[in-house]
Design a binder for this molecule. Sequence first.
Ligand code: SF4
Length: 489
Amino acid sequence: MSDLRLSNQGDRVGPAKTAPEPQPRVTLVRDGQRVNHAKNAEGFLAAPQHQKMHDKRLWDLRQKRDGQMHQIPEWEELRELASAIKEHTLAHLDEYLVQFERNARANGVHVHWAKDAEEHNRIVHGILRYHGAKSLVKSKSMLTDECGFREYMAQVGIEIVETDLGERIQQLDDEEPSHIVVPAVHKLATDVAKVFAEKLGSDPNDADIYHLAETQRDTTRPKILSADAGMTGCNFAVAETGGITVCTNEGNADLSMNVPKLHIASVGIEKVIPKIEHLGVFVRMLSRSAVGSPITQYTSHVRGPREGGQMHIVLVDNGRSARLKEEQFWRSLKCIRCGACMNTCPVYRRSGGLSYGATYSGPIGLIIDPTINRHKYSELPFASSLNGSCTNVCPVKINIHEQIAAWRKVMAENHELPFAKKAAMQAAGALLAQPALYRTAIATADAALNTLPRFAVYNSLNAWGKGRENPHAPRKTFHAWYKKTRGRK
Ligand code: SF4
C-alpha cells in the first residue's frame, strides 16, 4: 500500500521565513559491516524540527487508526480471522501458490518464479529486453526495493520512474524509503522543495505542498504516457482467481498497469490468500491500520492483461521459504505491510526509518532484516523497548515483540553482540547470580544516583546518557521495604 503524504509536513506553508533546518542524513554502511542504529539515529535526534514533526505525524496516524478501530465492534474478531487465514495459507503455501499460478495462466498471464533478488531482476530485465522496452514506470513496491531493482536497472540502462509521490521524492533524493507506507515521512516540505529544485528545476523557496504535488504530477504524467512498460507490486494474490489486488491512494499503480501495454507485477510468495472472500477481511483492516482511513482511494483488482497487452507476474521467494522453516520467526510472513507497528513504536518515531540502514525499518524490520543478513543487522533487535505496543496494533496478530526478544537471544548465542553490550550483560549476569552482592550494589547505586556529578553519566563515552535522564532513586529499595513490612510475618 502506498500513500500520498506530502500533507504530513503540516499545514500549507508559504515561502520559508527563517532558514529551514537542513535534513539530517545517514551514512550507509558497506556490506560486511554492522548497522549501528543508535549512532545512525544521532543526527535525526539532533534535528528538532524533523524529529518533532516525525514523532507527531506518526502518532497522529496511530490515533486515527485507534479511532477507526473503535468504530468496528468486531475488530478483534477480524484480527483473529486475518491471523488464522494467514497462518492456514502459510501452512499450505505450496498448494496455494500452484493454484494461483494455474489460475493466473488460465487468465492469460505469464507467470515466473524467482528464487532470489538477483533472479527477480534478471527475469524482469529479460521481459523488458524481449519487448525492446527502455523505460518503465513503477508504483511503490517494498519487494523491488528489497531486490535492489532500481540499481540493477540503472546498470543495464533502463530508465525507471517511481510514480508514488513519496517514493519519487526518495528516488530523486537517492534515498531508500524510510517507512513502508509513507516513504518520505521523515522529510519536511522544505526538504522536498530543495530536492525538486535540484532535480526538477522548481522554485527552491516554494514549499507549498500543493505546488510540490503539482510539480510531481506535471513531471511524471508525460513519463507515464510515453513509458514502454509499467510495474506494480501486489498487496494480495488470490489463489482461487489468479488475480492480484493493489491498494494505493494516488491511483498511480492503476496508471502504471493500464497505460503501457506491458505490465509486470512483482509478488512476494507470502502475498497469496486462498479465496476472494478473504479479501474483505484484509481490505477492511489494511488502510484503517495504516493511515486511519476506512479504505484506500484505489483498491484495484487485476486478473489479466489489458486489451492488446501482456501481463507478467514474478513470484519471488528471496529467503521467504527459509524463514517459513524458522519456528520462532515464520509468523512474520503474515505481515500485510500496513506500517502500524512503526507508527506506534517510540524508538521508530524518534529515530526515523533511515537509521535502521535497511529496506524494512521499525519493529517488523527488526525481525525481517536479520533473516536477510544476520551479522549486518545483528544490533537491530536491540532498537526496541519491548513494550509490546507493536504487537497490540498488528492487524494480523504477529507476536512482534516476542520475536524481537527471540532475535536478541539468537544474537547472544551466535556471538553477535557488540563488545560493550556483551561485557555489560556478563557483569549483570554475575551480579544477579549473587543476591547478597546484588543488594549491596543496589543500595550503593541508589546513593550514587543521588550524589553522582552529572558528567559521570552524561559524557561522550556513555551512549545511555544521550536523550535520557537518570531516575530519582527511591529512599528505600523494594527489598528493604518488604523485609520491614512483611518479612517478619
Ligand atoms: S507487522 Fe503487523 S503492524 Fe507491522 S507492518 Fe506488518 S502487518 Fe502491519
